[in-house]
Design a protein. Structure first.
Length: 129
């Protein structure tokens, strides 16, 4: 039981420390740094537990489901198409009520900006001739 608790704590800490949406594979890679015997099935099980407990919420970015801490205010995401990492964005300039035709009621909106992150952009620039 103690081993399970430690695994859960380490997995949750990855989500809290990274402070951005992680795919189960990313969370597994991060947690495995301190828990070498950690299996991906344990990560999935822990994530399901955190969802049920309201600690994590799912985010669909780039066609895949990632998870991030649930205590953040509504915000948007940047998805890097090269390394597939998702970053949280603070600013929101969308005026959703202005986008929808009359008669529709807006309750919220989700936005993912796609492109290249600074690390990938730099790497691509260095590969050039
Ligand atoms: Zn990238
Ligand atoms: Zn986020």
């Amino acid at each position: 039981v103690q081993r399970r608790t430690r695994q859960r704590e380490t997995i949750l800490a990855c989500f809290l420390e990274e402070d951005r949406p992680l795919s189960p594979r990313e969370a597994h890679a991060l947690a495995a740094a301190s828990l070498p015997a950690l299996g991906i099935a344990t990560v999935y099980r822990a994530i399901n537990g955190f969802l049920a407990e309201g600690l994590l919420s799912p985010v669909v970015v780039g066609g895949a489901t990632c998870y991030e801490r649930a205590d953040k205010a509504p915000h948007h995401h940047f998805f890097c198409q090269t390394c597939h990492q998702t970053t949280c964005l603070d600013a929101c300039s969308i005026e959703a009520p202005k986008l929808v035709p009359e008669g529709y009621r807006v309750q919220g909106h989700e936005l993912t900006v796609t492109g290249t992150c600074p690390a990938c952009h730099q790497r691509e620039a260095q590969v050039g001739p």
